[in-house]
Write a protein that binds this ligand. Structure first.
Ligand SMILES: Cc1cc2nc3c(=O)[nH]c(=O)nc-3n(C[C@H](O)[C@H](O)[C@H](O)COP(=O)(O)OP(=O)(O)OC[C@H]3O[C@@H](n4cnc5c(N)ncnc54)[C@H](O)[C@@H]3O)c2cc1C
Length: 382
């Protein structure tokens, strides 16, 4: 008999899982709160493990067409000195997949193109569920209830399903906020280089995308909930970062103010359960993390790859969901913790601790960084 699944959320994890399960003959329906698929947040780096996970889902070639694979990665100082460098092309060779920088809109469009539009329900927020021995009954905000064999919650950081399943309150604010944007046609950008520049309690990242676009992000220590008055974000960022090394000021000047997205950075303490009978959490709904390792989307894709695998083994659905959680939780927990710690160190403000940190960074041999990244990027199905 065909297994029917309701998926909450058409983000990176939900769309990738839906595309893969539809191809494998599952009866899936995706319920997405937003009335249109308008991704927030400019660009994203799909690290090598994300590309390996997409490969197991049969989606890597599709996504690769949308992105760009830079070959050089740097951590820098505001005056342009390199603290650490990595040859990404060599790491990609060792891992067997590139790291891909991609515009979020293009990624979402590509993944959505693989899902039957009749099965993608926009403007339909999931508000909760009940279940019995045979099925799960999913409540939508328009008053409907849909019934399926299982519910996979891919509804992100503020997941409504998690609220019911775990009930662990609001996410944990990391102490810093972020801004993101995409600029087009900035000649001073080195299109092979991704960089992150560390200042006093603030950072700036540069990520070249396909088609002469460049994604940039910035962070700064701040109280939670801050907002920029309309039309002021770019000037605020120029005041803070405009004197840093090129091409930072050029990128900010080439980005329309209204296209700059501000997001407070948050995660959650890793917890279980992710599974309740016929219901499972996936991606940020299960293990939201800070973006310091560029791994939130990658871990959502690893979840999708492992879940698609456990669901196709022919086990009873609750057993398949438990097997998925068991296979994934140690890895996701480790990444949440590493990302939180890296962010805390990268956001240090004091000049002495930063000087020591920066000195230590320059002392790590490139071969050690290479080995560590190759190990971190490993992904294989259980
Ligand atoms: C500044 C920043 C930079 C980042 N950079 C990277 C990076 O370079 N690489 C990387 O891998 N990750 C990065 N991330 C993390 C990454 O964006 C997330 O981890 C990833 O989007 C999680 O995917 P997801 O599918 O779990 O959730 P999301 O992509 O957040 O999707 C959740 C979806 O669910 C919908 N939804 C919400 N509530 C409901 C509901 N009740 N019912 C139905 N639908 C609902 C939402 O509208 C949304 O479409 C970054 C994050 C931030 C904040």
């Amino acid at each position: 008999m065909t297994t029917s699944l309701a998926l909450a959320g058409a983000g990176i994890g939900g769309l990738a899982l839906a595309a893969a399960l539809q191809r494998r003959g599952f009866d899936i329906h995706v319920y997405e709160r937003a009335p249109r698929l308008d991704p927030v947040g400019a660009g994203i780096t799909l690290q090598m493990n994300a590309m390996l996970a997409l490969r197991t889902l049969g989606l890597d070639a599709l996504v690769a067409r949308e992105g760009h694979a830079p070959t050089d990665s740097r951590v820098m100082t505001p005056d342009g000195r390199t603290l650490g460098a990595l040859d990404l092309a060599r790491v990609a060779d060792a891992v067997g997949a590139p790291a891909l920088a991609v515009h979020r809109a293009r990624l979402q469009r590509a993944l959505a193109s693989q899902v039957d539009p009749a099965r993608l329900h926009l403007g339909a927020a999931v508000t909760g569920y009940t279940q019995d021995a045979r099925a799960v009954h999913v409540r939508l905000d328009d008053g409907r209830t849909v019934t399926a064999d299982g519910l996979i919650a891919c509804d992100g950081l503020h997941s409504a399903v998690r609220r019911q399943l775990v009930g662990d309150g609001a996410p944990h604010y990391a102490g810093y906020t972020s801004w993101r944007g995409v600029a087009r046609g900035v000649a001073s950008v080195d299109r092979n280089r991704v960089s992150e520049t560390w200042g006093a309690g603030c950072r700036f990242g540069v990520v070249p995308l396909a088609d002469d676009e460049t994604y940039w992000f910035a962070t700064a220590n701040a109280a939670p909930g801050g907002r920029d008055a309309q039309g002021t974000a770019r000037d605020t960022l120029l005041a803070r970062f405009g004197a840093w090394h090129g091409p930072i000021a050029d990128l900010l000047r080439a980005t329309p103010d209204e296209a700059i997205v501000r997001t407070d950075i948050a995660d959650r303490d890793p917890t279980v359960p992710w599974v309740d009978g016929r219901v499972a959490l996936l991606g940020d709904a299960a293990h939201p993390m800070t973006p310091n390792l560029g791994q939130g989307g990658a871990q959502a894709l690893e979840d999708a790859a492992v879940l698609a695998h456990t669901l196709t083994r022919g086990d009873a659905l609750p057993d398949a969901l438990r097997r998925y959680e068991t296979a994934r939780r140690a890895r996701a927990t480790a990444v949440v913790n590493r990302s939180r710690h890296l962010g805390a160190v990268a956001q240090w403000e004091g000049s002495r601790v930063r000087a020591v940190r920066d000195l230590l960074l320059t002392c790590v041999p490139a071969s050690v960084n290479h080995r560590a990244l190759v190990d971190a990027m490993h992904f294989a199905l259980p």
